[in-house]
Structures are given as structure tokens and as C-alpha cells.
Design a protein around this ligand. Structure first.
Ligand code: CA
Length: 391
């Protein structure tokens, strides 16, 4: 029995939520039928289906603090991921060339998406998808959205693309190398290795083709960069500017915007939007419509910038020219593991040394910051790492 279930049994029966989904499934059955889920598929996957309330906890979770953009990027685009990505580029060169020919999206961009989505196929999530989406279809907010995803997941199984026991993913239903939602899979997954199935769990070839197809359908323009870092003139107004507010190159030139190496802006990229994720004193970028295609993968500008930057690093570029506006820069995954090791050496129980700074790591960082007379914020940055290293 799980700890959650054991504690659920201790509360009065009227307050305990039943994990039995059968009544809800009966209610969903007509929609499943009209949604082309066969009776056999329905019976096979929904009989005895039990709710997993941990996904509802995830749905309702409000993070206690927002991750700063420099913390987010320093873990997602670190030397380790650049090296891993370079190895994948070499290893999958032929498939990536074929994807570029068919979909018009270059290899570095496709591999960068792969690296950010699933660490090149190493992090898929651990939730059985039918159970997670079944639970979300019957409990919590957004049930009608998740019902659509639930039926899509059942159709994917019905079509035999993925074996039922292999269909695991994030609590919200994203799965596989590319972390597609089931409805995204149905629209955009491709069988790129030609075995008759689009298998985004176990075929990196299908996953790379599907990622290229996603970006092509999101409006990717072949041969156009996502954008580039720029230097802003002192005092430029950022009010009203943003990724979607595209202006002509001549207008940006007139406002005094230059490339970071001082060279003039390229005149052949169409209209460009100004992206700043940490105000006017951090790195700034002019972005094309291809950045919007990257954005559409996960609907977050920080996420789009992670892919964009990783793709540039895979093409040989260095870190951003302008530092983030902080005196305590973020940590790579290797540095996070080192920090966790130093916390363990000082007797803190932080769970596994995995480079993920979760609640236990943050509590231990707070305790050490307190002891060392540093600002107590529970954040893993260069200051606490260097101080503990020296000690
Ligand atoms: Ca296939």
C-alpha cells in the first residue's frame, strides 16, 4: 500500500476520495465510441482503472518561487548537454539529413529540441499515461481538455504505435523522446524509420522526424536563423516590445540596435521582434518567426530560448555575450551535483545526488546559507558553491 493511500484511509470515509474510476469511465464511454475508440480497446484499458491522485497534486501545485531565467538556462544548456548533443549530431547524421531534406529543419535545431525535451531520450517521465490521463479526465481542473488527450492516448494504443506497458510519460500526459501530448502525436508524429508505427518511445528515428515535422508545421522557414543576440543602446524603451511585435530591420537600426560584435543587423531576415527575458540589462535578442515555431513547442519564451541557444552552441557558438543581471550566476548540472555532494559531506540528507535541486537540497542550502552568513534563499548558485568548496 502506498503511503498516500494509507494516509487516505485514516481520514473519515466521507472525506476520502475513492480511486475507483468506473462511474466516470461509464460516463465517458459514449464519447469514446464517437471518438473512434473501439469497445475492445476501451475494455482492455479502462477495466479496473484506478485514479492516481498524485497527478492531481501536480496539477494543483504552485511553485513557491519562480526559477530565474539564468538558473533555468544554466542547467538546460550546459557543457554536458552541448557535448551530448554534438555526439547525437554525429551519431544520427544520416537521419537528420533526411529530416532536413523532407521537412526543411536543420539538424542542430532538431537535436536541440530533443536535448531540452528529454535529454536526448534519457528522461521520459514515469507516469503510466492511461492512468494519469484517466485520473485527470475525472478529477481536478481542465477535465474536458484531458478527456480529449485520454481518448487520443487510447487511439494511439489501439493503432498499435506503442505497446501499452511502454506508454509512460509526464504527469500531464507528454511522452517519449519529443514529449508530445497524445493529440500532438495524432497530428504530427511520423513513422520515419518505415516500420509501420510512429513509435516516439523507442525509435529515436521516428522522434527526430516527428520533431522536424512539428517545427515545419509550426511555420519553420528553411535556412532562416531563429534570431541572434543584440546590443541595445542605453536608454532604449522596451515598453510594448516583445517576441510577437515584429519591426523592420531598418527600424531597429534607426533605434541604435547592433549585433553584439558591433556588426550591422542582417537586412534579409524579414521583420524581427525584440526578446528580453531579464530586462534591458541582460542579454537581448532579435528573433524571427522561427523563434515563434520553437516557442509553440511548449508555449514559454524561456523554453524557446533554451532550444535556440543550444542549437547555436551545437553550431559552434559560445555563451551569450551579455551576462545575466545577477551577481550570483546559475549552476550547470555538474556544478549542481558537486554542490549536492558538498551538502552530503556536511551531513545533510538531500536524497539522491542527481543534479536536481529539489525541496531537500533547497532546505540544506538554506541551512548552510544561514550558517555561513549568506543571504538565506535556498537557491543553488555560484556563491554557495564557491563558499562550500573553499570550506
Ligand atoms: Ca517507426
Amino acid at each position: 500500500m502506498s503511503a498516500a493511500l494509507a494516509s487516505a484511509l485514516l481520514v473519515p470515509a466521507a472525506r476520502a476520495q475513492s480511486t475507483d474510476l468506473s462511474a466516470c469511465m461509464a460516463e465517458l464511454r459514449p464519447a469514446a465510441r464517437s471518438g473512434k475508440v473501439s469497445d475492445a480497446t476501451w475494455a482492455r484499458h479502462t477495466a479496473g482503472l484506478q485514479a492516481d491522485f498524485s497527478v492531481i497534486e501536480k496539477l494543483n501545485f504552485q511553485p513557491e518561487f519562480r526559477t530565474a531565467i539564468w538558473d533555468y538556462l544554466s542547467a538546460l544548456v550546459d557543457e554536458e548537454r552541448v557535448a551530448d548533443g554534438a555526439a547525437r549530431l554525429a551519431q544520427h547524421r544520416q537521419v537528420l539529413e533526411r529530416a532536413e531534406q523532407r521537412f526543411g529543419v536543420d539538424a542542430a535545431t532538431v537535436v536541440a529540441v530533443w536535448g531540452v525535451e528529454s535529454n536526448f531520450g534519457q528522461t521520459f517521465g514515469k507516469y503510466p499515461l492511461v492512468q494519469a490521463l484517466g485520473t485527470l479526465s475525472c478529477h481536478g481542473r481542465r477535465q474536458s481538455y484531458f478527456r480529449g488527450e485520454f481518448l487520443a492516448a487510447l487511439r494511439i494504443l489501439q493503432a498499435g504505435h506503442i505497446a501499452p506497458e511502454r506508454l509512460v510519460g509526464s504527469w500531464a500526459g507528454a511522452f517519449g523522446h519529443t514529449q508530445f501530448m497524445p493529440s500532438t502525436f495524432e497530428r504530427l508524429a511520423v513513422d520515419f524509420d518505415g516500420d509501420g508505427r510512429a513509435d516516439l518511445m523507442d525509435s529515436s528515428v521516428d522522434a527526430l522526424g516527428s520533431t522536424a515535422n512539428f517545427l515545419a508545421r509550426a511555420g519553420w522557414q528553411t535556412g532562416v536563423p531563429w534570431g541572434f543576440e543584440v546590443k541595445l543602446p542605453a536608454g532604449i524603451s522596451l515598453a510594448g516590445e516583445g517576441r510577437r511585435i515584429k519591426r523592420s530591420v531598418s527600424e531597429w537600426i534607426a533605434r541604435g540596435v547592433r549585433r553584439v560584435d558591433g556588426s550591422p543587423l542582417p537586412a534579409d531576415l524579414g521583420n524581427l521582434g525584440l526578446l528580453t527575458l531579464a530586462g534591458g540589462n541582460g542579454p537581448a535578442f532579435l528573433v524571427t518567426r522561427n523563434f515563434d515555431a520553437l516557442y509553440s513547442y511548449n508555449a514559454a519564451e524561456s523554453y524557446g530560448l533554451a532550444i535556440a541557444h543550444l542549437s547555436d552552441r551545437l553550431r559552434g557558438a559560445g555563451p551569450f555575450a551579455t551576462p545575466w543581471p545577477t551577481d550570483d550566476a546559475g549552476l550547470s548540472r555538474a556544478e549542481r551535483r558537486e554542490l549536492q555532494g558538498l551538502l552530503v559531506m556536511r551531513g545533510h540528507d538531500i536524497g539522491p545526488v542527481d543534479g536536481m535541486l529539489g525541496d531537500k537540497s533547497r532546505d540544506a542550502i538554506r541551512a548552510e546559507q544561514q550558517r555561513l552568513g549568506l543571504e538565506v534563499n535556498g537557491r543553488g548558485g555560484q556563491k554557495i558553491l564557491k563558499t562550500l568548496r573553499a570550506g
